[in-house]
Design a protein around this ligand. Structure first.
Ligand SMILES: [Mg+2]
Length: 385
């Protein structure tokens, strides 16, 4: 089987509400690049690059990518490089991409996902079978609360919990008083059973502010503290002085980042993405190394459509370390059954069938490949000119 071509689509999905975090307060979510990979055997696969220009590694280590940069990298370099390759030959595919283009992992991840979708369909197995096999069939949803006024935040959280969410993820990092208060108010309103995790997105001014805020939040019981400051050494200094686990996200893109985090004792866990390391193939390598070194993870992402979400869920199904509640959105096309708030960030989706949300968890799609069908009419409807 050979890759014959890839079609690229830029979409902007309608947001349920403006979703923000410390390093992205302005741009809307859901402006993503979608790839359809075609083969000479008539099997096609789908991939997604949820690239954001303000999203990168510590100290500029990994640059921001945008839908436009991804389009340029794909159309001018990567698509030509992978044409003629067997989409099932993952090592060759990645070796070829890495020779053709340095960095740009989000662009490579879109190609990788589409190739896995094809490989799964060709073998008539779900993608997780190709990643080591199904270790679990669902991921617990952490409903993500953007940076919003506290009252709005708590009201939304209450609705999400009513719909079945058992974990909340609270975006923080811009105002330390607010960040303590919001955790306090969530705990007061929702009781002791709900798990609360916080994510500062490197927003705190320094290590000392991060330590002060986190220690105060710990009075109200937080599950973990995600990336409060920039960089591995600063994270280690925070980790030394707080009780809950530190999670690395912006500091955990590759296998090499995992080694650095462990060397510095900087984080107990990390946010494992399909996209940061450059695709499912690399993400499994990263998770395996982290597993061997005693780390655990959630499954993170950038609020993908059902295409990227499916890839995230197959990764989470296969890697044993993904034990933490995760911001895995519940993909739901307009008018479909499902929650209104819990795990819902868009008013519509590109996939034809909603993901199943049961007992606070999103179920890994069944069926060959990624286990999704894409509504190509929606690609046209939400196309960005
Ligand atoms: Mg994060």
């Amino acid at each position: 089987m050979k890759i014959t071509n890839c079609e690229v689509y830029e979409v902007a999905l309608p947001n349920r509400r403006h979703h923000t975090w410390a390093s992205k307060m302005v741009a809307p979510i859901g402006n993503h690049l979608i790839v359809r990979m075609d083969t000479d055997e008539g099997i096609s696969g789908w991939g997604e690059a949820p690239a954001g220009i303000t999203w990168g590694g510590a100290f500029g280590r990994y640059s921001g990518e945008s839908p436009r940069t991804v389009r340029v990298v794909l159309e001018n370099h990567l698509i030509d490089a992978v044409k003629g390759l067997d989409p099932r030959a993952m090592a060759t595919l990645h070796d070829t991409m890495d020779r053709a283009v340095k960095g740009n992992p989000y662009a490579k991840a879109a190609i990788d996902m589409a190739a896995y979708d094809i490989a799964g369909k060709a073998a008539n197995v779900p993608v997780h079978t190709l990643l080591g096999g199904q270790f679990r069939d669902r991921i617990e949803v952490a409903h993500s609360l953007g940076i919003m006024p506290i009252e709005k935040c708590v009201d939304e959280a209450a609705q999400a919990v009513e719909e079945g969410a058992k974990t909340l993820k609270c975006k923080t990092g811009l105002d330390s008083e607010r960040d303590v208060e919001v955790v306090h108010e969530l705990r007061k309103r929702l009781g002791d059973d709900v798990k609360i995790r916080v994510d500062g997105n490197e927003g705190y001014a320094d290590v000392w502010e991060a330590i002060r805020v986190t220690r105060r939040q710990e009075q109200y019981d937080i599950l973990l503290c995600e990336q409060p400051v920039m960089g591995t050494a600063p994270l280690a200094r925070v980790a030394e002085r707080i009780d809950c686990p530190v999670m690395a996200d912006e500091s955990a893109w590759t296998v090499h980042d995992i080694l650095e985090l462990v060397e510095h004792n900087a984080a107990a866990c990390f946010s494992c993405y399909v996209t940061k390391p450059g695709g499912l193939y690399r993400a499994v390598q990263q998770a395996d190394i982290a597993h061997a070194l005693g780390m655990f993870s959630d499954i993170g992402g950038s609020i993908e459509s059902g295409i990227g979400c499916a890839a995230n869920l197959h990764l989470g199904a296969a890697i044993p370390i993904a034990t933490l509640p995760s911001v895995c959105p519940v993909a739901k096309p307009e008018g479909a059954e499902g929650p209104d708030i819990a795990g819902i960030y868009y008013l519509d989706d590109l996939v034809t069938e909603p993901f199943r949300f049961e007992d606070g968890c999103v179920l890994v799609p069944e069926g060959p490949g990624l286990g999704i069908d894409v509504d190509e009419e929606k690609l046209r409807k939400y196309a960005v000119a």
